[in-house]
Every structure is written in C-alpha cells, then in structure tokens.
Design a protein around this ligand. Structure first.
Ligand code: HEM
Length: 233
C-alpha cells in the first residue's frame, strides 16, 4: 500500500496543493480569454500578491504591538524587521510593472478597472495607521524604563535593546516611505505625473505620501542629537 498519496482534505492531487489551496488561488486570476490585454495577467497578479503580503504585514504589526505591550523588546524589533523585509520585497515587486508599455496599460485601465484605484487597497489602508498603533505602546515602554528617545540615541550601547527597537521602527518607516516613492515613480512612468487618476485625483499628489513618516518623533530625535554636537558651518 502506498504511503505517499495526499491525506489532507481539499482540492488538488497532492497535499501541497491542498494545503496551499493552489486550485482555489489560481481561480482568482482572470481566465486568459477574458483578459483585456495579455499584460493584464501581470497587472492582476502583482496586485493580488501585494494584497496578500500587505495583509500579512498587518498581522505581524498586531503581534509586534502585543510584544511591546508585554515588554518583549527584542521580539517586537524582530517582527518589525520581518515587516520591513516584506515591504522591501513589495517595492522590488511593483517595479516589474515598469516593463509594461503604457499603451498596453491604457487598454487594461479603460476596459477592466472600473473606477478602481490603489487608494482603495484595504491592505495598504490598514498600514496607514501603523504609527498610531505602535507609538502609544512604545511611549509606555520607554517611560516605564525611565529613558527618553534622545537618551537612547545618545548612548546606543548602554540601551542596546531599545536602540535596536528604535532602529527597527526607523527601518520600517523608511521602507514604507520608499515603497510610496517607488510606487509614485511607477505611476509616473506608466501614466505620467500630469494626469488625473481614475478617482479624479492628480497623480502628482502621490508625492505628499512620500513625505509623511509614521514616527516623526524618532526622526526629530536624530536631528536633536545632531544639534547637540553643535556642528559649525
Ligand atoms: C501600472 C501601475 C500603477 C499605476 C499607473 C498606479 C497609479 C496610481 C495612482 C495614479 C495613484 C494615486 C491616485 C489614486 O489612488 O487613484 C495610485 C495610488 C495607489 N496605488 Fe497605484 N498604481 C500602479 C500600481 C500599483 C500597485 C502594483 C499597487 C500595489 C498594491 C498599487 C497600490 C496603490 C496604493 C496603495 C495607492 C495609494 C497610495 C498612497 O496614498 O500613497 N498601485 N496608484
């Protein structure tokens, strides 16, 4: 008797397919005969995978917030680091769309997207308030340890685990800003900067989002440290 056949419930010929739910997953893609342009497959797959990863970041951020609440500084920093790596991956992933000719995208845009816009991405919108989710827990944590951000920055080795956490928060913040910047360049490359989006919003407004850090106080502390060193110009 064979012991290699699938034992899990579900669709698919193997346990791999059943666990990953490959048949259901691939059914989420438009059938080839319904694509408005051959390039649409790449466009849809890029957005679908982005939503999965954004959803996953949201999950890990909740875990990081819990870790901060229980004072597990290293674990919180590790989870933020993981989220930063996913954001880096997403940034690498979206530029693949720059290989698409603008003229092909216009067929997709006018035939398939309705009034859809990236602004409506639930995954992205959940991440807009990561600052508000993490910040109160972080403040409580450092208050409980009787230390300020500036003191952590002044003596990084004395406050090694808190400094590693601050670095992980800055890394996450920077990765999010970089995603927004690279996405803005992608939009300009494919539809231009002097046009309206499908929601009637000027595409150029994307620039605003590249200037909104999630943890402004952390960036301010770095400036304050520089000021303490009284540079002469
Ligand atoms: C051909 C490629 C793309 C073009 C031309 C494009 C274009 C745009 C434009 C013009 C906006 C601003 C106005 C609006 O929301 O309608 C926007 C926003 C947005 N798009 Fe895209 N996009 C592209 C690919 C992507 C991809 C792959 C994602 C992945 C999730 C994405 C996610 C978003 C998000 C999250 C926003 C809101 C950004 C913010 O508020 O900073 N877009 N996009």
């Amino acid at each position: 008797m064979s012991h290699t056949g699938p034992i899990l419930e579900g669709e698919g010929n193997s346990d791999y397919e059943r666990y990953v739910r490959v048949p259901e997953l691939l059914r989420l893609q438009k059938p080839i005969e319904l694509l408005s342009n051959p390039e649409e497959r790449l466009f849809q797959a890029t957005h679908q995978t982005a939503e999965l990863w954004l959803h996953h970041i949201d999950y890990e951020i909740d875990r990081a917030v819990d870790r901060l609440g229980s004072g597990e500084v290293t674990q919180a920093a590790e989870l933020l680091h993981r989220c930063r790596l996913i954001l880096d991956l997403l940034r690498e992933q979206i530029v693949i769309l720059e290989t698409m000719a603008p003229a092909d995208y216009h067929v997709i845009r006018t035939s398939s997207l309705g009034r859809g816009s990236g602004q409506e991405s639930p995954g992205f919108n959940r991440l807009l308030d990561v600052g508000q989710r993490i910040w109160p827990r972080f403040r409580e944590l450092i208050a409980g340890r009787n230390v300020t951000i500036l003191e952590i920055e002044r003596a990084p080795r004395e406050h090694a685990s808190l400094f590693a956490l601050v670095q992980a928060m800055l890394d996450y913040d920077e990765a999010f800003l970089k995603w927004r910047f690279v996405h803005m360049r992608l939009a300009f490359r494919v539809i231009g900067s002097k046009v309206l989006s499908l929601k009637g919003v000027p595409a150029g407004q994307l620039e605003q989002g590249t200037r909104e850090p999630l943890f402004p106080e952390l960036w301010d502390a770095i400036s304050a440290l520089t000021a303490e060193f009284k540079p002469t110009y």
